[in-house]
Design a protein around this ligand. Structure first.
Ligand code: ADP
Ligand code: MG
Length: 276
């Protein structure tokens, strides 16, 4: 499913939150959304899954304006994994994952064999078979995150919108989640904080700063020390690694300055020791 954002702007409380964002995601592409806290990532994702109508500009799915087609139809196609989705802690894992089929069901429909197959497949892929009878409220944050992913997968979406999906996950499950999502061959837009993970798994990286899209392209073209420095305020060294990259990051040194970060002081000490 192709996604086109064209000049999308959003203001909240009189303040511009997204400013003229245009972005095309081709069918089957994985786009990582990067940017500091408050740069507008979650707001942008909300405009994509129809939770927030842009004040101006358009969002199109396969060429159709998101707001011109029935909400029930977009709900079938767009799977969502957002942060802090506090939905039904009293439900079991099995019940929660099954909710992923809701957009496909008519009012009085019962699950077909295809619905059960989609649910079983999602449970198996996310490694939740042993958790089916557990209540969601009893799970760890990471386990709960996998349940929400399973629910989104059970929906069999054509576009997957993920907001910091690796939060709460241990290292292995972070990789498992991103491998799984990449191999689904559906269109993915995911806000990711880890530049390493973005460079490893995304086809392209879109960088937001203060609500504006300041860069979009292949990870290694976009995630340069200059851009990382400007957008995140950190000093970056990029180590190229078999088509991917590792980023070594340190706070930008603003010494001598009252706000001097402790790590800068360490470096000033290192530098003067070297000089001596
Ligand atoms: P990110 O996900 O990149 O951290 P968000 O999209 O959540 O950024 O937020 C972008 C900006 O919009 C932040 O400055 C945030 O405080 C502001 N914001 C988010 N929701 C609202 C709201 N309902 N009213 C006013 N400001 C909001
Ligand atoms: Mg956010």
């Amino acid at each position: 499913m192709r996604l086109d954002l064209d000049a999308v702007s959003v203001a909240l409380g009189g303040r511009p939150i997204l400013d003229d964002v245009s972005l095309t995601v081709h069918s089957g592409q994985f786009v990582a959304l990067a940017g500091p806290n408050g740069s507008g990532k979650s707001t942008l994702l909300r405009t994509i899954y129809r939770a927030r109508r842009p004040d101006s500009g358009t969002v199109r799915l396969d060429g159709h304006d998101l707001w011109a087609v029935p909400a029930a139809e977009t709900a079938r196609h767009i799977g969502v994994l957002m942060q802090e989705q506090h939905t039904g802690f009293e439900f079991t894992v099995a019940e929660t994952v099954a909710l992923g089929r809701t957009p496909h069901l008519g009012l009085f429909d019962r699950f077909t064999r295809a619905d059960h197959a989609a649910i079983d497949d999602a449970v198996e892929r996310t490694g939740l078979t042993a958790f089916l009878r557990r209540r969601v409220g009893e799970l760890s944050g990471g386990e709960r995150q996998r349940v929400l992913l399973a629910r989104a997968l059970a929906q069999q979406p054509r576009l997957l919108v993920l907001d910091e999906p690796t939060n709460h996950l241990d290292l292995r499950h972070q990789l498992d989640l991103l491998e799984l999502v990449r191999d689904l061959n559906v269109t993915v837009v995911a806000a990711l904080h880890s530049l390493d993970l973005a460079a490893t798994y995304a086809d392209t990286v879109a960088v937001l700063q203060d609500g504006r899209l300041v860069a979009h392209g292949r990870p290694l073209d976009v995630l340069t020390p200059e851009t990382i420095g400007e957008v995140f305020g950190v000093d970056a060294t990029v180590h190229h690694d078999a088509g991917s990259a590792r980023f070594v990051l340190r706070p930008q040194c603003v010494c001598p300055d009252e706000r001097c970060h402790w790590s800068c002081r360490t470096r000033v000490a290192e530098v003067s020791a070297d000089a001596g």
